[in-house]
Design a protein around this ligand. Structure first.
Ligand SMILES: [Zn+2]
Length: 105
C-alpha cells in the first residue's frame, strides 16, 4: 500500500504565525522577510480594526483624518505620502519640544 501523502501545512511556519500559506511553508509577510533579511521574526500585531476608518496610503485611519490629509495634499500639490510625512514631522517636532520642557535641569 502506498504511503499516504503528508498533509500540506495548513498555516505558516514562521514564529508564532497562524497566517495562511503564501509560498512554500510561509505566509506572504514571512516569505518577504526571508527574501529581504534571510531571517524570520514574529509579526507584530496590527492595530485593532475600528469603525469609521478608511485605508489611505496603506494606513487605516479615521475618515476625517484621511480627508484632511487628502485636502492638504491637493492644496500643496503634493502626494498623500508627502502630506503624511509632513504631519508626522510636525508631530515629532512637538514631541521634541515637549521632552525638552519636561527634562530636569
Ligand atoms: Zn507567517
Amino acid at each position: 500500500m502506498p504511503k499516504p501523502t503528508p498533509e500540506p501545512p495548513s498555516h505558516c511556519d514562521g514564529p508564532e504565525c497562524h497566517r495562511p500559506i503564501y509560498a512554500g511553508t510561509l505566509c506572504q509577510t514571512h516569505h518577504r522577510q526571508r527574501l529581504l533579511h534571510g531571517t524570520l521574526e514574529r509579526i507584530r500585531p496590527y492595530r485593532r480594526r475600528r469603525e469609521d476608518t478608511v485605508k489611505l496610503a496603506g494606513l487605516r485611519i479615521p475618515k476625517p483624518c484621511a480627508e484632511l490629509l487628502q485636502r492638504q495634499a491637493a492644496e500643496r500639490d503634493c502626494s498623500v505620502g508627502a502630506a503624511i510625512a509632513d504631519a508626522l514631522e510636525h508631530w515629532w517636532r512637538g514631541e521634541v519640544r515637549r521632552s525638552r520642557r519636561t527634562r530636569p535641569r
